[in-house]
Ligand binder design. Sequence first.
Ligand code: ZN
Length: 280
Amino acid sequence: MMRNLAAHPDPLSLNTATVRERWTLPQIIEGCARHNIRAIAPWRDQVAACGLDTAANLIRSHGLRVNGYCRGGMFPAADAAGRAKAIDDNRRAVDEALTLGAECLILVVGALPSGSKDIAGARQQVHDGIATLLDYARPRGMKLAIEPLHPMYAADRACVNTLGQANDLCDALGAGVGVAVDVYHVWWDPLLEREIARAGRHGRILGFHVCDWLVPTSDMLLDRGMMGDGIIDIPRIRGWVEAAGYADCIEVEIFSANNWWKRDPDEVLQVVRDRYATVC
Ligand code: ZN
């Protein structure tokens, strides 16, 4: 869903993982209200811990948008029973997203089943899994957002690793599926500008996530940086995304076990606000 900046002058959104270690979801919702953050992207485990209906009511009563719900995906499995179980779980994620009023379900698509070396097969399973889920999500009006992940996660989290791959999948799958562009995962891609433009031509950019790539990075999963502390040229990529017609939320998503997760979340949100204004 495209919205223009005039209608939403402050598109800052908080991915709730950013403060997940010290705050529960209700505390995060209160914190966003204090810091005038008007959109969130919550995670399924945090919603489950709080209770789905309670979470939906709190989000509504605070007037927050849910620009994305984290997450569905993880489609590949070693056998048919495993793949069917994954689809069932994804259908539940779609139902939860609908209850929360989320604008899309983010997909971390999954990777090699344990014991497998067949990445082409895993990618086929991802295609087939999303196609099956689309039959459920499309008539209910819940969009699916494929988030390509950095190739360092190709074995265990997502075997869709470039925006080009995600665009190819969207071309093959048709309406109801788009992409989430996370600078952490795609900043290095020499084809990034072209593929962002391609996604824009189809109106399929459903999310834009920001954090930073630290040098050196000490942990593959949990050492993401605050915007401005690393080497990603965020304004340049934001410019490409906006030139492609995207004028919606800019979602701050920071997994940082040894730094930001340890700090007072009120301080973290203040820094997020400041960096958003000065760096993004
Ligand atoms: Zn992301």
